[in-house]
Write a protein that binds this ligand. Structure first.
Ligand code: SAM
Ligand code: FES
Length: 375
């Protein structure tokens, strides 16, 4: 079937066979099929050239996906204020710039007061969701996390709190939820076991990470999963496994962004995920899950100056400007070249508004819950 027909089919059925997805996901321009990993470069090049998308096919994909977003959320784009509150981490994910064995990372932690100040400033700027993200930092015990979450909810009861602090046991997730946390972001990273082990040390397991997502959902969180596009050794087949995992999980949000190498990791010389692959996948996800909350990520804005605008045009409807104090921004470096590390929160906020409006969308000042959730 040609790609235009497949896009239309995905738009109406919200699903395709693996073979059909393969046609939409190939060519994956990024690392998984790089010259380095290909046994037969010439054959690979011939195949990728033959499979290259035409402009009409791409336009059709992006326009159809944007229409699906409009049908569910109109032209609204939701803002989340991102507070990167610690870059200490006990894990050693091989791709990540703040993993524990990177001795060059300059470590920091924000205090509860710092975090509350970020929220106050964010509230003034119109943010109604605060995302607390960090490495898996043992300093932040369950008690400390609950104390911070309940303090934010007490000061800003009309705001949602999202946590993104990694893999925990059910009792911890339950305690954060009881303290007032509304949402949780935990990318599964990949749903292919072999690929997972290529990206992570043996101490981490794909099953445990996936189980965390089901646990979070069963507790009542709005849950976000996701992957890096073009992570080392990622193949189209692995991406299709992710799509199947997402169908099983039925998340409220899916965060995808390109993999970008970090100089102090073993993947320092691997190519970054591409703009094209990321935009294609954003649109595919929008058509599979028309009511999903779908961010245009900072990583997408890092690989191309207009990446986030293009992401919105391809169906994304969330952006997460940085609210962290400027003094620590440059230290939360997951990958090289990260944008917005020197800007004040207010600058980021106004810059994002201009960027969103340039796409024909507008900023929505609200919690921006998934459309199935009522308050
Ligand atoms: N510790 C939490 C966790 O495990 O979910 C949150 C922090 S973690 C750094 C957030 C996300 O950053 C990861 O899920 C991963 O997808 C992304 N990330 C890490 N290194 C990256 C890289 N080199 N390029 C792009 N994204 C990266
Ligand atoms: Fe823990 Fe990246 S290794 S946040």
């Amino acid at each position: 079937m040609d790609r235009i027909k497949l896009i239309d089919k995905l738009n109406t059925a919200h699903d395709l066979s693996d073979e059909e997805f393969y046609q939409l996901i190939f060519p994956l321009c990024s690392a998984g099929l790089s010259e380095e990993s290909s046994p037969d470069n010439a054959a690979l090049k011939a195949y990728t050239d033959a499979a290259a998308w035409t402009k009409d096919e791409e336009d059709h994909l992006y326009i159809t996906a944007r229409e699906a977003a409009d049908a569910n959320y109109g032209k609204s784009v939701f803002l989340r204020g991102l507070i990167e509150f610690t870059n200490y981490c006990k894990n050693d994910c091989y791709y990540c710039g703040i993993r524990c064995s990177n001795k060059n990372a300059e470590r920091y932690r924000l205090t509860k007061e710092d975090i509350l100040n970020c929220c106050d400033q964010g509230y003034y700027l119109g943010f109604r969701t605060f995302v607390l993200q960090g490495g898996e930092d043992p300093f932040f015990t369950d008690e400390r996390i609950c104390d911070i979450v309940s303090a934010i909810k007490l000061k800003h009861p009309d705001c949602a709190v999202t946590l993104s602090i990694g893999e925990k046991e059910r009792a911890s997730y339950q305690a954060y939820f009881d303290a007032g946390a509304d949402r949780y972001l935990l990318r599964e990273e990949t749903s292919d076991n072999e690929h997972y082990h290529y990206l992570h040390p043996d101490s981490l397991s794909m099953k445990h990470r996936q189980n965390c997502l089901f646990t979070l959902k069963s507790i009542g969180y709005q849950v976000g999963c996701g992957i890096m596009v073009g992570s080392p050794m990622q193949t189209p087949k692995a991406v299709i496994k992710d799509l199947r995992f997402m169908q099983e999980l039925k998340p409220h949000m899916i965060g995808i962004g390109p993999f970008i190498p970090h100089k102090d990791t073993k993947f320092a010389n691997m190519p970054a995920g591409t703009l094209t692959d990321t935009l294609h996948l954003l649109s595919i996800l929008r058509l599979m899950f028309p009511d999903i909350l779908l961010p245009a990520t900072t990583a997408l804005g890092t690989i191309h100056p207009l990446g986030r605008e293009m992401g919105i045009k391809a169906g994304a409807n969330v952006v997460m400007p940085n609210l962290s104090p400027t003094g620590v921004r440059g230290k939360y470096l997951l990958y090289d070249g990260k944008i917005c590390t020197g800007d004040e929160a207010a600058e980021c906020r106004m810059c994002m508004q201009r960027r969103i409006e340039s796409t024909g969308c507008h900023v929505e000042i609200s919690r921006g819950d998934h459309c199935s959730v009522s308050h």
